[in-house]
Write a protein that binds this ligand. Structure first.
Ligand code: NI
Length: 141
């Protein structure tokens, strides 16, 4: 018969309810890291008003709108356009694409991007005081 190698004293991670995670903070444009997948962060953020034009030189950036509506202005080869993401919409800003998220009425977002990715990218316009330049905060931090 085999020997049981199961370690019953060490529990794994618990599930995270996104609504509960979002209820732990109010700061706008200041993402919280809810979990990690390999070397990627899953972050949630509350937003309202304008972010800042910026670009991530080496990574795509994934957006899922959990609540509200998010607009993202994009500077592409053909010029500038804005995509509108309603609740439930997903969108990926390709690497090396200048973008500026904004939300007139406010939104809650889930973001998926490599750990260490700055919210204001590798290059950006002047960062306004209401925008948190961060690589994400721990939940409850
Ligand atoms: Ni970005």
């Amino acid at each position: 018969m085999g020997i049981m190698s199961e370690d019953t004293t060490k529990a794994g991670p618990d599930p995270t309810l996104l609504s509960a995670a979002l209820a732990t903070f109010e700061t706008l444009w200041s993402p919280r890291i809810v979990t990690r997948v390999n070397d990627y962060d899953v972050r949630v953020a509350k937003v309202r008003g304008e972010h800042v034009w910026h670009v991530h030189d080496d990574t795509d950036e994934f957006f899922l709108v959990l609540d509200g509506t998010l607009d993202i202005a994009l500077r592409e080869d053909g010029g500038e356009r804005t995509v509108t993401l309603d609740r439930g919409a997903v969108f990926v800003v390709p690497r090396s694409t200048w973008h500026k998220p904004f939300s007139a009425d406010g939104a809650s977002l889930l973001l998926f991007e490599p750990s260490g990715t700055s919210t204001v990218g590798d290059r950006h316009d002047d960062v306004p005081g209401h925008v948190d330049a961060t690589t994400g905060h721990a939940l409850g931090g």
